[in-house]
Design a protein around this ligand. Structure first.
Ligand code: G6P
Length: 740
């Protein structure tokens, strides 16, 4: 309706302009006609009066002139002599046209006649001067005609023209609107009929050929939009994620490819097999998604009892006791693990992507192994896929080449690749000797996701620098070889509500138990750090901050203990072993310096901890310090918040984590600035309970919205759109035998 109003307004303005132009043109023409008409009338008048004027005395001539001006258009008349003298004139003759004021050429008896249109005191007049004629007659008859009738006629013409155009415009607009409406109704009716039309028994769609691609896509789009509209603003849950998957991707489950498996079977020293859950942010995030979606998780089988616990197809149902999805294990030889996992992935790509001053090591034999293992995993995905277009979620820097290998095998697959660690600047990325292959590998994906826009920008810059490509910065995508890959930020998160939190005892119980285990006196406050022993986590800087706190704030000596849960990680790599030694030495040094009467400032627990023990620690702590020097997201920060349903505890968080962008109510620190970090620890320890609650409530509200189901859901929805677009493009491109 609003658009019709706008159309009518524009049409009216246009017609007014045309009407004005037309009436002006017409009036100008009418004026010229009137002038010609009056000049002619003047001549007729003279012809009629000439016999009476011949030899007439002034009194007789005056009578003749008075008779002439009885004509309603003729206002006045006079008889002049060529020298400007007035012989006689009618009553009220305008002084402006007196004989003396007329130009000499007007009064020349020899002239054929003279006429002018001029502005008189009572409006426009037309003046004609004509020689009376005759042998010795030098008199000139001057007639003044009233032209105001022409002005009046022009006004009337203008009015009629406007009215006529207004009527024509109105009728035209109504007719055009009615025609448009009718054709829209007919088009949409036809389309709606197509969209809602039943399928034939044979599965043949009854839509006319020209509508086929369009209708199917509109039908899909409507369904998605309706479903999404209904849910707009609703929180993401496992059910909603499942719904998106089924409804939009028609998937019977997804295939996840990640190097780390979510459940590891280990044979203990006592000979029994037990299951462990690895310390991995990736596993923390993906595992709840897989429980929601079901499908298959393909991973390296790294546990000592992994081979014994799979079936003939190398599958095992997990989670143990609540089987929801399949774990497919891939076996790697020692050399493969060395080259692929330790070598290229963790000595090459890991330090390349983290700005922590660790030097990347790139060895070509590692690269060869990396390629081989990526190809092996691509083969495994193809084996696990039910059809030609599976939904595959490729995880992390271990599998940069897999998307491309998979695309070659399954061109119709929907491949969503998520890079869990930062992406470096293009300049730094150029350190990698195989930069082109890595980028081309990743661009085999439908979607490549990072935690932050900054990482996406770095990636796009790298593509720009090293590949022949078209980057669409509005759509956030890259086109290489005619294929488009979306490159977008999807900040990862944790499940909400956390099932681990739900299974953990209330905070008071956790506090009592943990404090008893650690032998803490009642007035000692507890800080916690939870990490793999990795040089990116800033564990040394963290312990230094604790040391400085005790140095600068002696009141906390004997009243604050920091527990560091440190899971040994990648210990084959020298840099990790060295870190392990340095951290142990540092903890010992700080303890030697401050320990007293059975109180230790630092408790370093270097072993693997299962989630229940970690959640107990989160709940017992007064503060949690996450001091990463560079971290894609860091889910320890989010897990700590998810655990604190008592709204207590303070999060001290490094600004170099992706999490710091979302958890802004944490105390945000620069971990390199040990002074500032020590001050932040002191602030956290003395923060009033109300402030703790306010901050924790805000962070929990944020997490409940930005949970891991949303992370996965958003990626799936973006992939859905691309998949539809590709299908539409395939159907619209003329196939063999298609009409030209
Ligand atoms: C990081 C990586 C993950 C990895 C985890 C644990 O979070 O992004 O891919 O699983 O570290 O490391 P690990 O080498 O033990 O798998």
């Amino acid at each position: 309706m609003r658009s019709f109003g706008r159309f009518a307004l524009v049409l009216a303005a246009f017609l007014a302009l045309v009407a004005w132009g037309a009436s002006e043109l017409f009036n100008r023409q009418a004026f010229a006609w009137a002038e010609r008409d009056l000049a002619m009338r003047a001549r007729f008048a003279l012809e009629g009066a000439r016999p009476a004027l011949a030899g007439a005395s002034p009194a007789e001539a005056r009578r003749v002139l008075d008779a002439l001006v009885l004509d309603e258009r003729l206002m006045a008349a006079s008889l002049c002599l060529p020298d400007g003298a007035t012989l006689v004139r009618t009553f009220g003759y305008p002084a402006g046209f007196a004989c003396g004021r007329l130009p000499p050429e007007a009064l020349s008896a020899a002239a054929a006649g003279w006429d002018r249109t001029a502005e008189g005191t009572s409006g426009t007049v037309h003046v004609t001067a004509l020689p009376v004629g005759g042998a010795a007659d030098r008199r000139v008859l001057v007639l003044v005609h009233d032209m105001s009738f022409v002005d009046r006629r022009a006004e009337t013409t203008r009015l009629y023209t406007f009215v006529a155009f207004a009527l024509v415009g109105l009728v035209g607009a109504v007719a055009a609107a009615a025609a448009a409406r009718l054709s829209w109704i007919s088009w949409t009716t036809q389309l709606r009929r197509m969209i809602t039309a039943p399928f034939r028994a044979a599965g043949q769609f009854t839509t006319p050929r020209r509508f086929q691609p369009l209708v199917a896509d509109v039908r899909d789009l409507l369904a998605t939009l309706a479903a999404e509209d209904a849910k707009a603003g609703a929180t993401w849950t496992p059910e909603r994620l499942r719904h998106v998957l089924r409804r939009n991707l028609g998937g019977e489950g997804v295939i996840v490819v990640a190097n780390r498996e979510p459940y590891i079977h280990e044979r203990g020293a006592d000979g029994t097999i037990h299951v462990t859950r690895p310390a991995s942010g990736l596993v923390t995030a993906l595992e709840p998604v897989m429980r929601a979606c079901s499908g298959t998780w393909i991973a390296h089988g790294s546990g000592s009892a992994d081979r014994e616990t799979v079936d003939r197809r190398d599958h095992v149902r997990v989670p143990p006791g609540q089987e929801a999805y399949d774990l497919r294990r891939v076996w790697l030889s020692r050399e493969e693990e060395q080259g692929f996992y330790y070598g290229l992935s963790n000595e090459g790509l890991w330090p390349l992507c983290h700005m922590v001053h660790a030097r990347p090591e790139f060895r070509s034999r590692d690269w060869e192994t990396y390629r081989r293992v990526n190809a092996r995993f691509a083969e495994t995905v193809a084996e696990e896929a039910d059809g030609p277009d599976p939904i595959v979620l490729v995880q992390d820097y271990h599998f940069a080449l897999l998307p491309r290998y998979l695309r070659e095998r399954l061109p119709r697959a929907t491949i969503i690749t998520f890079w869990h660690i930062p992406w470096p600047t293009a300049e730094r990325f150029g350190i990698c000797p195989w930069e082109r292959e890595v980028l081309e590998g990743l661009l085999g994906s439908t979607v490549v996701g990072f935690h932050t826009q900054a990482h996406c920008n770095n990636f796009l810059e790298s593509v720009d620098r090293f590949l022949e490509s078209r980057i669409d910065r509005e759509r956030h995508s890259v086109v290489v070889g005619g294929r488009e890959t979306l490159v977008r930020p999807y900040p990862i998160s944790v499940e909400w509500p956390s099932h681990w939190a739900a299974e953990t005892a209330p905070a008071a119980e956790c506090r009592a138990e943990v404090r008893r285990q650690l032998g803490l006196a009642p007035d000692v406050l507890l800080g916690v750090g939870v990490d793999r022993l990795d040089y990116t986590k800033g564990i040394e800087e963290r312990l230094l901050a604790v040391e400085l706190l005790l140095e600068r704030h002696p009141a906390w000596r004997g009243r604050f203990t920091f527990v560091q849960l440190a899971a040994p990680s990648r210990t084959v790599i020298p840099a990790y072993r060295e870190l392990n030694d340095r951290v142990a030495a540092l903890a010992t040094r700080v303890n030697d310096r401050f320990a007293r009467d059975g109180w230790l400032p630092i408790v370093l627990l270097r072993r693997h901890h299962e989630p229940p023990a970690i959640f107990r620690m989160y709940r017992a702590a007064d503060l949690c310090y996450v001091s990463s020097l560079h971290d894609g997201m860091n889910l320890v920060a989010k897990e700590f918040v998810a655990a604190r349903d008592d709204l207590r505890g303070v999060l001290v968080l490094s600004r170099f984590t992706g999490a710091a962008r979302e958890l802004s109510e944490a105390l945000i620190v620069n971990p390199y600035d040990v002074e500032a970090a020590a001050t932040a620890l002191a602030t956290a320890l003395s923060m009033p309970p109300e402030e703790q609650e306010d901050r924790m409530r805000a962070m929990r509200a944020m997490l409940s919205e930005l949970n891991v189901y949303r992370w996965a859901g958003k990626m799936l929805l973006d992939a859905t759109r691309t998949r539809r677009k590709d299908r539409l493009a395939t159907r619209l491109s003329p196939g063999p035998g298609a009409a030209p």
